[in-house]
Design a protein around this ligand. Structure first.
Ligand SMILES: [Zn+2]
Length: 109
């Protein structure tokens, strides 16, 4: 899991944003963790997220990706679609419920 400072940074970003926020928790060359928000390109942003492959590859080129992150407005439970998405991309997933501030993570097997 990530440290409290980074968690707070992500919470602040989510609170200033409508709909689901998505991005990546990454590790840079100096092994520092950071969060990079990417544009949610899903037409139904209130309940879904979609990351463009270009954004993904750009970040993958520069950083080590630790988690694929997104937020939910009211639940801390991963959806079936989230689970599918994780299998497809083979990335650890991190989820924040905006309402309860509960974090959930789902690691790759
Ligand atoms: Zn989700």
């Amino acid at each position: 899991m990530i440290n409290e400072v980074l968690k707070q940074k992500i919470i602040n970003i989510c609170e200033n944003e409508q709909g689901e926020v998505c991005g990546f928790v990454v590790k840079d060359k100096n092994n520092n963790f950071d969060f990079i928000k990417v544009k949610n390109r899903h037409p139904l942003k209130e309940s879904h997220f979609l990351i463009s492959p270009v954004d993904f590859l750009q970040i993958k080129k520069e950083y080590i990706i630790e988690y694929l992150f997104h937020s939910h407005d009211g639940t801390s439970i991963f959806s079936e679609q989230d689970k599918y998405c994780q299998k497809f991309h083979n990335l650890n997933m991190l989820l924040l419920c905006k309402k309860t501030k509960i974090w959930s993570e789902m690691k790759c097997k």
